[in-house]
Structure formats: structure tokens, C-alpha cells
Design a protein around this ligand. Structure first.
Ligand SMILES: Cc1cc2nc3c(=O)[nH]c(=O)nc-3n(C[C@H](O)[C@H](O)[C@H](O)COP(=O)(O)O)c2cc1C
Ligand code: SF4
Ligand code: SF4
Length: 252
């Protein structure tokens, strides 16, 4: 039997994980909702986005608390074009439990980082290529293909430098809601994977426990959430066109 574990802010990773799980008749586990301590199966796969050339913090925390055991472990990273050191970090985590990453591929998908907003043509071509890439990956996983994962690293500190500049220059940790335009729909509260957006009295507030997935910025229908100097506009707003917000809502 197979298990597919995913994390997704704007739907790219979820959409790919769902297709692979359907093909494999696998159980599909959301990192956001999983509260167990271990996952044991014949085949286990991970699907997640790349943030600043690394694993999202929420994925790192999942790997710290959950023991994953399988005969064959694979990973797909969705990203705007780079993979950085994410696969080596995942492999390193697995090795603590004497497991290894057998197969890992990056899948080019629309970039939701807002700073590097892709041109509409790039979004269109990435989405058109998605079914072809998914079929190819499914074939390779079915064959239990092994490969050497890619490590793109100019220096081991690249990711830390990128995060530091996003935090100090763009101030992405300073997330704010414009209460004048907010329609009080509650989508941001339900979609935040960290349960970091809460109602306090009449107002909705964003706390400090953020994995910087930008789900709240992109899914907000009134573009009312800012991350420092970053603000989603009609042009830069991106969510996977085949995924509905409620599919990514937290279950608990
Ligand atoms: C904070 C942040 C940092 C990102 N950093 C990178 C990056 O270093 N390289 C890259 O190619 N894409 C980067 N991206 C783009 C995402 O990896 C990409 O859009 C991914 O497919 C989003 O997946 P999701 O829709 O499942 O959330 C970043 C996105 C965010 C929000
Ligand atoms: S998603 Fe946007 S409009 Fe809806 S409650 Fe949150 S900030 Fe307000
Ligand atoms: S506050 Fe927004 S960016 Fe931060 S984890 Fe929640 S949804 Fe993601």
C-alpha cells in the first residue's frame, strides 16, 4: 500500500499529490492535519513547495515529530524553478530513522512568492505541462525508479540569506489585515495551516506563528492582507485553478 503526504498553500502541491494518490489508490495525508507519530507503508511520497530554496518550516517540523518508514520513499517539490537544498534536507531527516530518499524530482509550477510573480504566459504553460509531468512522475514511481536528487547550492547559507532579506527588507513577518476592505468571509482563518489567524472580538488578527505559505494573501477574495511591503493584486494573485479553497481548509 502507498501513502502520499503533502503540504500546500495555494494548491499546486495538493493538486499533484491528489492525482498521484488517486492513481496509486494511496491514502492522502495533509501535513496540516496529521497528528499521529508515525507513518509506515510500502511506499511513501512527499509533495511540498520550495520556500527560499528549502523545505517549508511546517514540513521540517512534521519530519521532526513523525517517524516515516517505507521500502520506497519519493518526493516531488513544486516550485517556480529552483529546488535549492530541500531534497538533501529531507534525505538528512529520513536518515535519522535509517531511511533514504530513493527518488526526487522538481516540478515547475506557477510561482506564488509574489516577489517573483510569473508572467501570465508562464502560468499558462506551467499549468498546461502539469498533466504531462504528473503522468511521467507516476510512471517513474510505479517503476520504483531511483535517482540522485539535485542539490542547487551556491553556499550552504543561501536559504538563510534569502529568508533574512525577506524578513528585514520586505518585512514579510509583518502581516496585516486591512479591516476597511475585509469582508469578514473567514477564509483566511480556515486556510491558515498554522492556525495563526484568529477572531479576537469583532476583528480578525494574524499572530506570529507563520510558515510564510502566503495562502492567506492569495486566497483572500478582497486582497485585504499584506505581508510587509508585499501585497497581492489582481495580477499577482495566484491559486491553482482546479483547487477550491475549502479543499485546503484545516480539518482541526
Ligand atoms: C515564501 C516563498 C518562497 C518561495 N521560494 C521559492 C524559491 O526559492 N524557489 C522557487 O522556485 N519557488 C519559490 N516559491 C514558489 C513556490 O515554491 C511555488 O509557487 C509552489 O509551487 C507553491 O506551491 P503550493 O501552491 O502548493 O503552495 C516560493 C514561494 C513562497 C510563498
Ligand atoms: S480572507 Fe480576506 S476578506 Fe476574508 S476574512 Fe480574511 S482578510 Fe477578510
Ligand atoms: S498567516 Fe498566512 S502566510 Fe502565515 S502560515 Fe497562515 S496562511 Fe500562511
Amino acid at each position: 500500500m502507498s501513502t502520499v503526504i503533502y503540504f500546500s498553500g495555494t494548491g499546486n502541491s495538493y493538486h499533484i499529490a491528489k492525482q498521484i494518490a488517486e492513481h496509486q489508490n494511496a491514502q492522502l495525508i495533509s501535513i496540516t492535519d496529521f497528528d499521529g507519530k508515525s507513518i509506515n507503508d510500502d511506499r511513501v511520497g512527499f509533495v511540498f513547495p520550495i520556500y527560499c530554496g528549502e523545505l517549508p518550516r511546517i514540513v521540517v517540523e512534521f519530519l521532526d515529530r513523525v517517524v516515516v518508514r517505507a521500502k520506497y520513499i519519493w518526493a516531488i517539490a513544486t516550485s517556480g524553478g529552483t529546488v535549492g537544498t530541500a531534497f538533501s534536507s529531507l534525505d538528512k531527516s529520513l536518515r535519522y530513522n535509517e531511511m533514504r530518499l530513493s527518488f526526487a524530482e522538481m516540478m515547475l509550477m506557477p510561482d506564488n512568492s509574489i516577489i517573483m510573480s510569473p508572467r501570465p504566459g508562464d502560468v499558462k504553460s506551467a499549468l498546461e505541462n502539469e498533466p504531462i509531468l504528473v503522468q511521467e512522475v507516476i510512471r517513474l514511481i510505479d517503476e520504483e525508479c531511483q535517482n540522485e536528487y539535485v542539490v542547487e547550492s551556491f553556499s550552504g547559507k543561501t536559504s538563510k540569506i534569502q529568508w533574512a532579506s525577506l524578513k528585514s527588507v520586505i518585512r514579510i513577518n509583518n502581516k496585516k489585515i486591512n479591516h476597511k476592505t475585509c469582508s469578514d468571509c473567514g477564509i483566511c482563518i480556515e486556510i491558515c495551516p498554522m492556525n495563526n489567524i484568529v477572531r479576537v472580538g469583532e476583528k480578525i488578527k494574524i499572530g506570529p506563528n507563520c510558515t510564510n505559505c502566503f495562502a492567506c494573501l492569495h486566497w483572500c477574495p478582497t486582497h485585504s492582507i499584506k505581508a510587509g511591503f508585499l501585497k497581492v493584486t489582481s495580477a499577482s494573485r495566484y491559486t491553482h485553478p482546479s483547487v477550491m479553497a475549502k479543499e485546503l481548509f484545516r480539518k482541526n
